[in-house]
Design a protein around this ligand. Structure first.
Ligand SMILES: *[C@@H]1O[C@H](CO)[C@@H](O)[C@H](O)[C@H]1NC(C)=O
Ligand SMILES: *[C@@H]1O[C@H](CO)[C@@H](O)[C@H](O)[C@H]1NC(C)=O
Ligand SMILES: *[C@@H]1O[C@H](CO)[C@@H](O)[C@H](O)[C@H]1NC(C)=O
Ligand SMILES: *[C@@H]1O[C@H](CO)[C@@H](O)[C@H](O)[C@H]1NC(C)=O
Ligand SMILES: *[C@@H]1O[C@H](CO)[C@@H](O)[C@H](O)[C@H]1NC(C)=O
Ligand SMILES: *[C@@H]1O[C@H](CO)[C@@H](O)[C@H](O)[C@H]1NC(C)=O
Ligand SMILES: *[C@@H]1O[C@H](CO)[C@@H](O)[C@H](O)[C@H]1NC(C)=O
Ligand SMILES: *[C@@H]1O[C@H](CO)[C@@H](O)[C@H](O)[C@H]1NC(C)=O
Length: 350
């Protein structure tokens, strides 16, 4: 027999889970200059770029009413890392799960999210998202195993940034004049879609940074000077807290890390994202692969220039252990090796 209060609790539990969060997204062209080097068209939402975040709680229904007001390009939204269990048609991958949303067209995304963690959303029409249509998607978790172990959260995006727009980049990328398939080399690295990002922090507090690489191509090394990270989530999966001084974040990858601030407020500390230049076929002398931000304890104190590292000794994410306790699969009976190589055709396409 359930008591009345149990039934009430169940009802309220159910109500809490059944919340719907609704976003109206008008997608338009805007002008932005995130690296201070070039004003260029970017794809914004509701007159805003950087883009608004999508935020939900585990169990919520998310409704995104898109209106494509670009005028000259189709679009779509993909919710990266969300399983879309039973709602494949909401996955946003044009030519696979839906037709492109044509200029002037509306489309309503409507799905539930039953997974906690750090995600992102982006256009999945052609190669469009590096023109700006990409932003964080955060799924809060009232039952997080790290609940109570941090005071505040900070979302932080890292990305590469191009000056030419995607249609131009793609024309030279997939071309007979580029038979080896050399990828376009970015012009800058960004943090939070800006330059010289400052993050006010309070002494002694522990912050959970949700770090997302929303870039097109470049993986980034990432570190905080003078502070150790504790990795607690990767790509929506909680991990046993693992200490790391420097992490490598591939495009689309996400890390949540806990960082405890110092008690001494006299010095500010840099944090750095450094694009992995081994990916670039040619590195122009003018390229600054690094983006720097600062943990600001005292806004009257200087923002120090980060020290240069001799080498990137990144944390090995293969050592991460999920908190779910799921057993590893046992030994296999047969193993089959597949050799994979990237063999572009003479026309630059593969
Ligand atoms: C970032 O800060 C540096 C050093 O103060 C300055 O030279 C540069 O112009 C700034 N960049 C932007 C885009 O604000
Ligand atoms: C989106 O655009 C339509 C048509 O121009 C307008 O009526 C509506 O208010 C806009 N919505 C937002 C959220 O900007
Ligand atoms: C569409 O218009 C924008 C803004 O004027 C422009 O930057 C972009 O290159 C155009 N796209 C195409 C495919 O012509
Ligand atoms: C997908 O939904 C089905 C039916 O509700 C459920 O049984 C299954 O566990 C779900 N799978 C995942 C990965 O959540
Ligand atoms: C979203 O889907 C649910 C379940 O199918 C439906 O009840 C609801 O009306 C839909 N909402 C919108 C805005 O389409
Ligand atoms: C990044 O920008 C968002 C939105 O303005 C802000 O809430 C967040 O605190 C910023 N992150 C950092 C690390 O400063
Ligand atoms: C900061 O001060 C608190 C309270 O006195 C102490 O528990 C903590 O260990 C100190 N943190 C550091 C990094 O020294
Ligand atoms: C970027 O940072 C790395 C690591 O500290 C350093 O080796 C490199 O010289 C820096 N590049 C520039 C242009 O500052």
């Amino acid at each position: 027999m359930f008591s009345a209060s149990t039934i009430l609790a169940l009802c309220f539990g159910w109500l809490a889970q059944a919340a719907t969060v609704t976003y109206d997204f008008n997608i338009t062209w805007l002008i932005a200059n995130p690296d201070g080097l070039l004003n260029r068209p970017v794809i914004g939402i509701n007159g805003q770029w950087p883009l608004p975040y999508i935020t939900a709680t585990v169990g919520d229904r998310v409704v995104v009413n898109v209106l494509n007001q670009l005028g000259n390009e189709s679009t779509s939204l993909h919710f990266h890392g969300i399983y879309q269990n039973g709602t494949t048609e909401m996955d946003g991958v044009t030519g696979v799960s839906q037709c492109p949303i044509p200029p002037g067209g509306p489309f309503t995304y409507n799905f539930t999210i039953d997974q906690p963690g750090t995600y992102w959303y982006h256009s999945h029409e052609t190669a469009q998202y590096p023109d700006g249509l990409r932003g964080p998607l955060i799924v809060n978790d009232p039952d997080s195993p790290y609940k109570g172990q941090y005071d505040e959260e900070r979302v932080l995006t890292v990305s590469d940034w191009y000056h030419e727009q995607v249609p131009t980049l793609m024309k030279s990328f997939i071309s007979v004049t580029n038979p080896t398939g050399a990828e376009p080399v970015p012009k800058s690295a960004l943090m939070n879609d800006t330059y010289n990002l400052t993050t006010p922090v309070e002494p002694g507090k522990t912050y959970m940074f949700r770090i997302i690489n929303v870039g097109a191509f470049a993986g980034q090394y990432f570190w905080f000077e003078g502070h150790t990270m504790r990795v607690v989530e990767v790509d929506g999966i909680y991990t046993d807290a693992a200490q790391a001084d420097l992490i490598y974040i591939s495009p689309a990858q996400r890390y949540s890390v806990l960082i405890t601030m110092k008690n001494d407020t006299s010095t500010n500390y840099a944090y750095v994202g450094s694009m992995d230049q081994t990916l670039f076929d040619t590195v122009p002398a003018s390229l600054n692969p690094n983006a720097t931000g600062w943990l600001v304890y005292d806004n009257t104190a200087p923002l120090p220039t980060p020290s240069l590292l001799d080498a990137f000794n990144e944390f090995d994410d293969f050592t991460l252990v999920p908190t779910d306790g799921e057993e590893l699969l046992g030994p296999v009976d047969y193993s089959i090796n597949l050799d994979v190589k990237m063999a572009n055709l003479g026309d630059g396409a593969s």
